[in-house]
Design a protein around this ligand. Structure first.
Ligand SMILES: [Cu+2]
Length: 428
């Protein structure tokens, strides 16, 4: 109703302006003035109004951030975020100087040099010095902006210092999975052909390869048995389809056997350093935790389409591209608890979002991130189930760590908990 009223008022107001301008036209006609002959007083008023409009317009730009400053993001919660925000501020200063400089000049000259009878415009077609000036200055500024940006980007994506903890951020339509290294401190190799319900990231180990091969052989046997049983009744096209399916499964078996050969060769060549030996103790989880003030290397992957790992409070974003790993450094500086105090919001949580429109549930592809003290992080991390418990024949994916933790790990947990008790009151 209010909207309708506002619309009616606007339309009526417009009609009044039209009528008034018609009245003005008729009066000048009666006075014997031609339409293009505008008295100097009117022109001067227009000039002053130009100044008034310019002032309101520029003040409005200053007022906006003051009024809506509280809807901006809280301070950056990572060292990389501080760099990004610094770059942003640098760019805002340049934009601000150019914007206010050009607009002040625009409104000043438009208001100052309104039309006066008998005054002729000065014909000033070309000036080489000016041309040079307004080409060279923006070029220098742009080069500075680009060098600054590249410098920050190189710092965020540089090769990590040896010993930096890797955390895998794995995306698929439409959720996130995380992988933390085990005791060896390194993430193991993965291969998409090994992805199954029990091995959602396709971690490569002797056991996962054996399990996958056994599963595929079973599938082939079942398909063959099914085909034999129904060969007489199935139409030719269906038989062909079944045979193609069996051929496909056999090709997959061959490729996985090739992967096994590759793994054995790599282990023979690199011994303990082979990435194929690092996967068994990895920890796969749906929870995302990071220790505060610790440099971590995020290894970002995708199973299906291009996603983008976006941590707005960290000012961090990296595409997740199928078939490759993208990487970035992240050193968080504010724990979740501290940020709850800073934002005065007891429910505050850092969030990891997908920032590439990746499908129908893209909007909901997110996961909370808990940033906590290194002690609390360690306690949480130790409690995570290990992908392949030594001695077990099946990959361990069920959350049974607490129930089956060995005595040594239990002692370790007790020690860590004690150490962290003073600094940690993190809830998750
Ligand atoms: Cu996505």
């Amino acid at each position: 109703m209010t909207t309708l009223l506002i619309l009616v008022v606007l339309v009526l107001g417009f009609m009044v302006v039209l009528r008034l301008s018609r009245v003005a036209e008729l009066t000048s006609e009666l006075r014997g003035l031609r339409e293009e002959e505008i008295p100097e007083r009117d022109n001067r008023i227009s000039g002053r109004m130009m100044w008034a409009f310019g002032a309101i317009y520029l003040l409005w730009f200053l007022w906006l951030p003051l009024e809506y400053g509280d809807v901006f993001l809280p301070p950056p919660a990572s060292t990389q975020g501080e760099m990004i925000d610094g770059m942003f501020t640098f760019n805002w200063w340049i934009l601000g100087i150019v914007f206010f400089g050009t607009n002040i000049a625009l409104f000043y000259f438009a208001g100052r040099y309104y039309h006066r009878a008998g005054r002729k415009a000065f014909w000033y077609p070309h000036n080489n010095k000016l041309e040079l000036l307004w080409t060279v200055i923006p070029s220098v500024v742009l080069v500075a902006v680009i060098i600054y940006g590249l410098n920050v980007w190189n710092k965020i994506t540089a090769a990590p210092v040896p010993g930096t903890m890797e955390v895998e951020v794995y995306s698929k339509q439409f959720d996130w999975t995380f992988r933390y290294p085990g005791k060896d401190g390194k993430l193991g190799a993965i291969d998409f052909r090994l992805i199954t319900g029990e091995n959602p990231l396709g971690i490569v180990t002797h056991k996962t390869i054996a399990a996958r091969l056994a599963g595929l052989h079973e599938e082939v046997d079942n398909a063959k048995a099914d085909l034999d049983a129904r060969k007489e009744v199935l139409p030719k096209s269906k038989i062909k389809e079944k045979e193609e399916e069996i051929a496909h499964l056999n090709r997959l078996i061959e490729r996985i056997m090739g992967l096994r050969t590759l793994m054995e060769q790599d282990i023979a060549a690199n011994g303990e350093n082979s990435t194929y030996l690092h996967g068994a103790d990895d920890k796969v989880t749906k929870e995302f935790h990071l220790p505060v003030n610790t440099d971590v290397e995020l290894v970002i992957r995708s199973q299906d389409v291009i996603h983008s790992a976006y941590l707005p409070h960290m000012r961090a974003q990296m595409n997740a591209v199928p078939g490759m790993a993208t990487r970035m450094h992240l050193n968080t500086t504010i724990t979740t608890d501290s940020m709850r105090t800073i934002t005065d919001n007891p429910d505050f949580d850092y969030i990891l979002m997908c920032n590439k429109v990746c499908g129908i549930s893209h909007y909901n592809m997110q996961a909370p991130l808990i940033v906590e003290s290194p002690g609390a992080f360690k306690v949480w991390n130790i409690m995570l189930p290990i992908f392949e418990k030594p001695g077990s024949s099946e990959p361990d994916t069920k959350n049974e760590a607490a129930a089956t933790t060995s005595d040594t790990v239990k002692t370790e947990i007790a020690g860590e908990a004690e150490a962290a008790a003073g600094t940690n009151n993190q809830s998750n």
